[in-house]
Design a protein around this ligand. Structure first.
Ligand SMILES: Cc1cc2nc3c(=O)[nH]c(=O)nc-3n(C[C@H](O)[C@H](O)[C@H](O)COP(=O)(O)OP(=O)(O)OC[C@H]3O[C@@H](n4cnc5c(N)ncnc54)[C@H](O)[C@@H]3O)c2cc1C
Length: 365
């Protein structure tokens, strides 16, 4: 039985945070209205472009230590949520593999040192030789050394977003596609007028920039390919002196190769250079990828604050959650737990020091 008074709640943005929060709030018995500027079946969200890796170890190497602690929450929460969504097959907890070609093995050594520094001992990886790599991923060719990060996972993120939308509709959520909105305390401004609510959640990702001038978009490009010639069971990261790329297996012989990280808010199509780097990285993982068919080229903006950490802002009648940057699937569970605790008035908010802190205001140099 719901212990909380039912509220009329509007959620602006049906990307990752918007869908997760709408679903959870409907489960809590609230009346939820969800708006997105784009289509709901193939949303313009970064969450749709993303690879869906849940990588607390590898992401802590490039981020703050608190990412690791929040990421550990994700490893626990995703299987629970997917169970409730009756979609456990979307979760792939088989670890991830980090490899480098023989000429780039210094990069692997450095990554291992960085991992030790970032996490401390034991850092939760296992060093592999060629036989160990082959045992895990027989589809890879020519690697002598690698690292197996057992405590990492990936999600079928598009399957998740679709399932969340179904669940929201099943629970009676009201959904509006192609409706760009402006959230205000207790009110949503739509192209056709204003509507009042008890509470408004701003989950617009990079679309919230007009409300948060210090929010920036970090361009990320991906390729989606299909082949039946190569099988992978887990995400594979390729260390390289100029870029670090990954390949994430998706259902039906699909793979996502990503991702560039460019300090630009340009949403124009993928550049020739990025396309070449992504496809050649894939080809060097295994020549069997040569005949893969390129299905899609993805471009989107990761929403980031100056400190590259997520922040939750709370005012009367308006809560904003944003800044998930490159760690959306990794950090969303901790952020969603925090926002729900705010709404439910629960005391336990383990990441309040990070999430409730004001986002840094200074602009980029
Ligand atoms: C190439 C790429 C790869 C990535 N890979 C990973 C990964 O492997 N693992 C990981 O953890 N993270 C990854 N990420 C990051 C992750 O996708 C984001 O952190 C996450 O999607 C942010 O969630 P969000 O809900 O804040 O924003 P989004 O998912 O972008 O959703 C925002 C939604 O708001 C809507 N919107 C915007 N403005 C308005 C408006 N005015 N009115 C109504 N709706 C509006 C948008 O249409 C969109 O649907 C990746 C991102 C990119 C770009």
């Amino acid at each position: 039985m719901n212990r909380h008074p039912q509220q009329r709640i509007a959620v602006a943005g049906a990307g990752l945070l918007g869908r997760l929060l709408a679903w959870q709030l409907l489960r809590d018995g609230h009346a939820v209205t969800l708006y997105d500027a784009g289509d709901l079946a193939t949303p313009p969200a970064a969450a749709w472009t993303a690879a869906g890796m849940v990588a607390p170890l590898a992401e802590t190497v490039v981020g703050e230590r608190c990412i690791y602690a929040m990421g550990r929450v994700a490893l626990e929460r995703w299987p629970q949520w997917l169970d409730k969504l009756q979609a456990p097959g979307l979760w792939h907890p088989h670890g991830s593999l980090v490899v480098a070609h023989p000429q780039d093995e210094n990069e692997l050594t450095q990554f291992r040192r960085d991992l030790d520094d970032a996490i401390g001992q034991p850092a939760g990886y296992r060093a592999l030789d060629a036989a160990g790599i082959h045992a895990l991923e027989p589809g890879l060719a020519g690697f002598r050394h690698g690292l197996y990060l057992a405590d990492e996972a990936h999600l079928d993120n598009r399957g998740l977003l679709n399932r969340l939308l179904e669940a929201i509709l099943e629970l009676g959520g009201e959904c509006h596609a192609h409706t760009p909105v402006t959230p205000h305390p207790g009110e949503i401004a739509t192209p056709s007028g204003r509507r009042t609510f008890d509470l408004v959640l701003d989950c617009r990702g990079h679309g919230a920039k007009p409300s948060h001038p210090t929010l920036r978009g970090v361009r990320g490009e991906t390729l989606h390919v299909h082949t039946d010639e190569v099988k992978l069971s887990r995400a594979v990261r390729l260390m390289h002196p100029r870029y670090q790329l990954y390949v994430v297996p998706k259902p039906g012989g699909h793979f996502v190769i990503g991702a560039t990280s460019i300090e630009s808010e340009d949403r124009s199509p993928i550049s020739l250079q990025s396309s070449l780097e992504l496809s050649s990285a894939l080809y060097t993982l295994s020549p069997a990828f040569a005949e893969a068919r390129i299905l899609e080229q993805g471009v989107n903006l990761r929403p980031a604050f100056r400190d590259n950490l997520p922040h939750v802002t709370r005012g009367d009648g308006l809560i904003g959650a944003n800044g998930l940057f490159r760690h959306g699937y990794l950090l969303a569970p901790a952020v969603v737990d925090h926002v729900l605790a705010e709404i439910r008035g629960e005391g336990e908010r383990p990441f309040a020091a990070v999430l409730s802190a004001a986002a840094p205001q200074e602009s980029l140099p």
